[in-house]
Design a protein around this ligand. Structure first.
Ligand SMILES: C[S@@+](CC[C@H](N)C(=O)[O-])C[C@H]1O[C@@H](n2cnc3c(N)ncnc32)[C@H](O)[C@@H]1O
Length: 465
């Protein structure tokens, strides 16, 4: 069948820009949409010029994307304003006719990216399009057609050029899901913890995991359940586990500065109800991930998680360093098991082994992985023969550390051997973090001692004189 490709402008938010490509790639695969680049996208630019073969595809993509602000059907794109007008005047008028009808109300918006103009200046810009054969009534609140003129002045807001780098004109088709970020904001969420993931990143993770209506989704390090909120928002039925009984019961110390004690009904379930997602909540259970309790044959559609890095919260599992330790019969009922360190490499190894067993083929594991920037190379990432790494985006945490959002897609079921063990050189961030912190502190102490010594010498010199 012949496909009629049309050109669209996708305009993205300039926030978490590293995640844009991975998000769209996952959504195209989830929604089975074809998209072609007309221009190679550049990381710093907030726009892509692409082609789709149906407008419903563009709308579908926008209905799930968190990175996307707006999509326009692109009628003209140029490097200069006169050239844009020339191109627009030459756009095949037949394809515009449906929009230029007496019964079609319209409005034209003027957007200037990275350079401010007064309302009057914007109106002057708008009037330069008076040759367009628009014959319907103007309607600023709810028009049938919204046209947009965009002047792009680069990304250096403090030092914009006199003239725009790029200018665009097109018909607005759809907006992305940016409003969800506000709706699910942690600021207004009933129950949060110290390491709650913000709404935007949680939604991006759910999109990376290609969650669709009816999926069963697990977060095995669930904490306050932020990732489950995002998964449920996209139709997942959600389950979580965590080693921390107090966290799951909303009994940890409050995370909001002004709050003295937790309210009675703070819980992950209450969060779900807050967003009318109660029907998507299955349960959360106390469980040490190193000893999972799921039936062998139980399968999840997706796993999204943010395991502990051992910096803001401990990486622990149940165990003891004592040899042949046995709890006495009389202590069994009140026994609280001891915990030992759960090294980062073991956490990620367990995560992929667990997913090899419990994830459906085609399902995704989406997780954060902390790295020391200087040491980073792809070889130090977790890997398993049943998974392919389909996404790997960096979010900087400090000058020297970052975390990477990894997406693993399961490509096949494991062999019996692959359920037990696999070779993977996973780097241990925590060890490296503490060594580097000690080095930084040592450096600082030496610098301070040197400054003190220099000051002392200066003081003595002045006094001797
Ligand atoms: C980074 S936090 C997760 C935060 C969560 N994404 C949220 O939005 O609140 C990591 C969680 O892993 C839990 N955890 C640590 N060790 C664990 C273990 N061995 N088994 C299960 N959960 C564990 C911690 O209690 C903590 O809640």
């Amino acid at each position: 069948m012949n496909k009629s490709w049309r050109t669209y402008l996708l305009w993205f938010a300039q926030e978490h820009t590293e995640f844009r490509f991975a998000e769209i790639k996952s959504l195209l695969s989830l929604l089975k949409i074809e998209m072609k680049f007309i221009e190679e996208p550049k990381d710093i630019e907030p726009y892509w010029i692409v082609q789709f073969n149906s407008e419903s595809d563009v709308k579908l993509l926008a209905s799930r994307s968190v990175s996307l602000r707006n999509c326009l059907e692109l009628w003209a794109h140029a490097k200069t304003i006169p050239d844009l007008h020339n191109k627009l005047k030459n756009y095949p008028i037949n394809s515009l006719k449906p929009y230029f009808q007496p019964n079609k109300s319209f409005k034209i918006e003027v957007e200037t990216f990275c350079r401010h103009f007064t309302q009057k200046e914007k109106v002057n810009k708008l009037e330069t399009f008076d040759y367009l054969p628009l014959c319907g009534p103007v309607n600023l609140n709810n028009p049938d057609i919204t046209l947009q003129y965009i002047e792009y002045y680069g990304t250096r807001a403090n030092d914009p050029p006199e003239l725009p780098y790029d200018v665009f004109f097109g018909r607005w088709v759809s907006s992305g899901l940016r409003q969800l970020i506000k709706k699910l904001s942690l600021k207004t969420r009933k129950f949060i913890g110290n390491t709650s993931m913000d709404a935007q990143l949680s939604l991006l993770m759910a999109n990376q995991a290609k969650i669709k209506v009816g999926d069963i989704v697990l977060d095995p390090f669930v904490g306050s359940g932020s990732l489950l909120v995002a998964a449920a928002q996209f139709g997942g039925y959600v389950l979580g586990t965590d080693i921390d009984y107090l966290m799951l019961h909303g009994r940890t110390r409050p995370s909001r500065i002004k709050q003295k004690v937790r309210e009675q009904d703070e819980s992950i379930r209450a969060n779900m109800q807050q967003y009318n997602l109660g029907h998507r909540y299955l349960d959360v259970l106390v469980n040490d991930f190193s000893v999972p309790f799921w039936k062998d044959e139980f399968k999840f559609d997706a796993i999204i998680t943010d395991p502990p890095y051992g910096i803001r919260e401990a990486t622990e599992k149940i165990g003891t360093t004592k040899q042949n330790y046995k709890v006495k019969e009389e202590h069994l009922s009140t026994h609280v098991p001891a915990k030992i360190d759960y090294g980062i490499s073991n956490i990620y190894r367990d995560l992929l082994l667990f997913a090899a067993k419990h994830l459906k083929v085609g399902g995704c594991v989406v997780c954060w992985f902390p790295v020391f920037r200087e040491d980073y190379n792809e070889k130090c990432l977790p890997s398993h023969p049943c998974f392919t790494l389909t996404g790997n985006c960096e979010q900087g945490l400090s000058k020297v550390t970052s975390r990477r959002l990894l997406t693993f897609e399961k490509i096949r079921e494991p062999t019996a051997e692959e359920l037990q063990f696999f070779e993977s050189e996973i780097s241990d961030f925590r060890e490296r973090y503490y060594i580097a912190r000690e080095e930084t502190r040592k450096d600082r102490r030496m610098k301070e001692a040197k400054t003190r010594q220099e000051n002392r010498e200066k003081y003595e010199k002045t006094n001797n004189n």
